[in-house]
Design a protein around this ligand. Structure first.
Ligand code: NAD
Ligand code: TYD
Length: 359
């Protein structure tokens, strides 16, 4: 079996569902269930004996050690993290605790477990660390995309904490010979994406008749990848990645935020039209994010060349499926938009000046 951390979050829950749909190897899903972790993301696996959910904190080395000794997984796939840049600006401490200290605790438990393995079990063990393209910092309009050798230059507490965790993982390979792999992926979108991030926030605000907040001028560029493609890249790296190597994962799909929001409005205008007018009329420019990275772009040629991985979904096909998923799963959106989430929205947007889009 494999151990997944953070498997109740957006990408982790997609990974676990896809994994069990493709093969019968059981998964231990270890998750703290923070505001971002949601067991209803795993509702389809409720009766599935191949899925073992354990609530716990990756900072708790003893708990992880007990789990490893009991279940003896052949691999750890590490998703658990605090993942939202805006939250990291308001409360960086939690990012240091989970992303840095938590990854360290997990590595220590994994190292002790792996050191005690022998023969084939030791040789085939893998620790796969899921990271982000944000560790590379920001690009100018004409800069080439990030490669695996682009120097680290993180600009937010989130990306700095992920960069620190990447360095720890790297050090465990070079110092202890631990069989680690790292993926640095671009922005994901798809089903079960928590509606604090751009794409699900825009879909849910649009339908609720609320403002669609664009930070700054909306010309910041991200490289969007469908979550199912990220999961397939992780499976491929786990299966065939070279030990100690880093693989950049991206969709070859750079888009400015405003273009993404316009696309979402246009799809909603088709699939769920308003009584009159377009969702674009709800677009509102708000104060920019401090230290906002201007452009991310991933050069994903290494994973294609070495492991034969390429994204299967285009943005046009993936984003349409995603919007349709949100339309079909309004109860899910409603459920997550309560309690802590509402307090967060208040805090994040209260201090931002607003202005309607001039069209
Ligand atoms: P998410 O915020 O949706 O989910 C994170 C999960 O981790 C939640 O289920 C949460 O409960 C759990 N968690 C948080 N702290 C924990 C702790 N201390 N112990 C155990 N569990 C804990 O995040 P996501 O978007 O699914 O991202 C997953 C991983 O992928 C992260 O490491 C992130 O840095 C990376 N990543 C995300 C993106 C993206 O676009 N979302 C892109 C590239 C890389
Ligand atoms: P986000 O989904 O938070 O991902 P990340 O910051 O990790 O890239 O944001 C994606 C882009 O959208 C980013 O440039 C910030 C911008 N953005 C807005 O313009 N408005 C919003 O309300 C949010 C949440 C994000």
């Amino acid at each position: 079996m494999i151990l997944v951390t953070g498997g109740a979050g957006f990408i982790g829950s997609n990974f676990v569902r896809d994994w069990l749909a493709l093969n019968d190897e059981p998964v231990i899903n270890f998750d703290k269930l923070t505001y971002a972790g949601n067991l209803s993301n795993l509702a389809s696996l409720e009766e599935d004996p191949r899925h073992i959910f354990v609530r716990g904190d990756i900072c708790d080395t003893a708990h992880i050690s007990r789990l490893l000794a009991e279940h003896r997984p052949r691999a750890i796939v590490h998703f658990a993290a605090e993942s939202h840049v805006d939250r990291s600006i308001h409360s960086p401490g939690e990012f240091i605790s989970t992303n840095v200290n938590g990854t360290f605790s997990l590595l220590e438990a994994a190292r002790a477990y792996w050191s005690g393995l022998t023969g084939e079990a030791k040789d085939s063990f893998r620790f796969l660390h899921v990271s982000t393209d944000e560790v590379y910092g920001t690009l100018g309009p004409n800069d080439p995309p990030f490669t695996e050798t682009t120097p680290y230059a993180p600009n937010s507490p989130y990306s700095a904490s992920k960069a620190a965790s990447d360095h720890l993982v790297r050090a465990y390979f070079h110092t202890y010979g631990m069989p680690v792999l790292t993926t640095n992926c671009s922005n994901n979108y798809g089903s079960f994406h928590f509606p604090e991030k751009l794409i699900p926030l825009i879909i849910s605000n649009a339908r609720a008749g609320k403002a669609l907040p664009i930070y700054g001028d909306g010309m910041q560029v991200r490289d969007w990848l469908y979550v199912g493609d990220h999961c397939s890249a992780i499976r491929r790296v786990l299966e065939a990645g070279r030990l100690g190597e880093v693989y950049n994962v991206g969709g070859w799909n750079e888009m400015a935020n405003l273009e993404v929001v316009h696309t979402l409005c246009d799809i909603l205008d088709m699939l769920d039209p308003k009584a009159s007018g377009s969702y674009r009329e709800q677009i509102t420019y708000v104060q920019d994010r401090p230290g906002h990275d201007r452009r991310y772009a991933i050069d994903a040629r290494k994973i294609e060349r070495e492991l034969g991985w390429k994204p299967a979904e285009t943005f046009a096909s993936g984003i349409r499926k995603t919007v349709q998923w949100y339309l079909d799963n309004q109860a899910w959106v409603h459920d997550v938009q309560s309690g802590d989430y509402l307090k967060w929205v208040e805090k994040n947007y209260a201090t931002r000046d607003t202005a309607q889009e001039q069209q």
